[in-house]
Design a protein around this ligand. Structure first.
Ligand code: MTE
Length: 300
């Protein structure tokens, strides 16, 4: 498949973590990203070493399994993901139930090393694998009237023990504007470091929208609905003054309770200096045109 997006990471950023990967997989991943030929596309100042597998799989937000950072790794093994189905409905040509294995058989899986910035002001760099959301939406055929995409996580309180508590209005829901959903950076992730997603990271498939705060990247998706109206989103419904629909990473628009100007990179150690947060999490060149003319303070 032709590559529609170029990473700003270099092979040097990846190589120290080769131990986690089968070497051939890594090379395939780099070729997939165009890294082998990347000559420099305005690389950002920050070092972009991916976080370790351990960090990415033990420091999580997945409130369906509890609100502590270690809760998902402790409790998510209860989730059964076999015969996973995704219902795709609303304004599509081919509504229906799509099996995860059938989807995977039709997708070309790529590696994407992305910055990941939580609204809580911590961050990681994660080597995802997956496919572009656009390719999945193409399977269902988006109708011209569609303007938004709504996503829903599994609701199964017997396995997702956090759903027994009214922390959020379950199931967790999220949404994107259609042009955001179709953007080549928007990924349906199915793996990390070349291995299938662990449950705590949103198995078997979750959204990854690298220029938005992490809560937009909804996990363990069972339903996708194309609509012509802006869908409700879990954190906006819970605390609308603090969490907007757009939630683009923006160092100049603070959260009402803390600054978004800097972030703490997980794994940096207790005394590591905080890093400057980048506009659109470093993907400004790619995504700023989506928001031309919009007041990003109003549409936070
Ligand atoms: N998806 C669901 N269903 N439930 C959640 O609680 N948390 C979000 C997002 N997706 C969440 C979710 C938040 S706040 C973040 S920061 C990321 O998942 C964390 O992803 P990670 O644990 O894989 O790093």
């Amino acid at each position: 498949m032709a590559h529609r997006w170029q990473n700003d990471l270099t092979p040097a950023d990846v190589t120290p973590y080769a131990a986690y990967l089968n070497r051939r997989q890594l090379m395939a991943g780099m070729a997939g990203l165009g890294l082998a030929t990347l000559a420099g596309t305005g690389a950002k100042a920050q070092p972009l070493n991916p976080n370790t597998y351990e960090e990415i799989t033990t420091y999580n937000n997945f409130y369906e399994f509890g609100t502590g950072k270690g809760d998902p790794a402790k409790h998510a093994h209860r989730l059964t993901t076999d015969n996973w189905q995704i219902e795709i409905d609303g304004l599509v040509e081919r509504p229906g139930t799509y099996g995860f294995d059938d989807i995977m058989a039709q997708m070309s899986i790529e590696e994407r090393i992305y910055r990941f910035r939580c609204v809580e002001a911590w961050s990681m760099v994660i080597p995802w694998s997956g496919f572009e959301l656009k390719d999945l939406l193409d399977l269902a055929g988006v109708k011209p009237e569609a303007k938004y995409v709504a996503f829903e996580t599994l609701y199964r309180p017997e396995e997702m023990i956090g759903q027994k508590y009214p922390v959020l209005d379950w199931p967790y829901v999220e949404g994107l504007r259609l042009d955001e959903a179709l953007h080549p950076l928007t990924l349906m992730a199915t793996g990390i470091y070349g291995k299938p997603l662990l449950n705590q990271n949103g198995a078997p498939l979750r959204l990854v929208v690298p220029w938005k705060y992490g809560f937009k990247s909804i996990k363990s998706i069972v339903k996708i609905t194309l609509t012509d109206t802006q869908p409700p989103t879990a954190w906006n419904e819970a605390l609308g003054r603090e969490y907007g629909f757009y939630s683009n990473v923006n160092p100049t628009v603070d959260h009402p309770r803390w600054s978004q100007a800097t972030e703490r990179r997980i794994g940096g150690g207790l005394f590591a200096k905080r890093q400057d947060t980048l506009m659109f999490n470093g993907y400004e060149k790619e995504v700023a045109p989506l928001y031309d003319g919009m007041d990003l303070r109003k549409f936070f």
